[in-house]
Design a protein around this ligand. Sequence first.
Ligand SMILES: [Zn+2]
Length: 90
Amino acid sequence: MSDEWRCRYKTGKCDFPRAIKYNKKTGAASLLLLCERHRRLQNKTKKRSDTKYKHDRAMLRVLKRLSPKQVESLEPFTPSELEILAYYLL
Ligand SMILES: [Zn+2]
């Protein structure tokens, strides 16, 4: 397979062909940079970091409103519990 068609995943060791995406409106096909597998992997990673970012923001909002004593007691909370806390406190 020529390099043109090979997955461009950053390790450079993937020999799968690049995935093809079809535009729903025009039906035009475009060649993606990554193979189907790596494309999904990348999407999944992106979603996870978006979620983490939201958790961090929620935590920050909570911490800003609490006293140091209360912050100490936050330790055992999971990010999703903190998110709920943020929702109710702020
Ligand atoms: Zn790949």
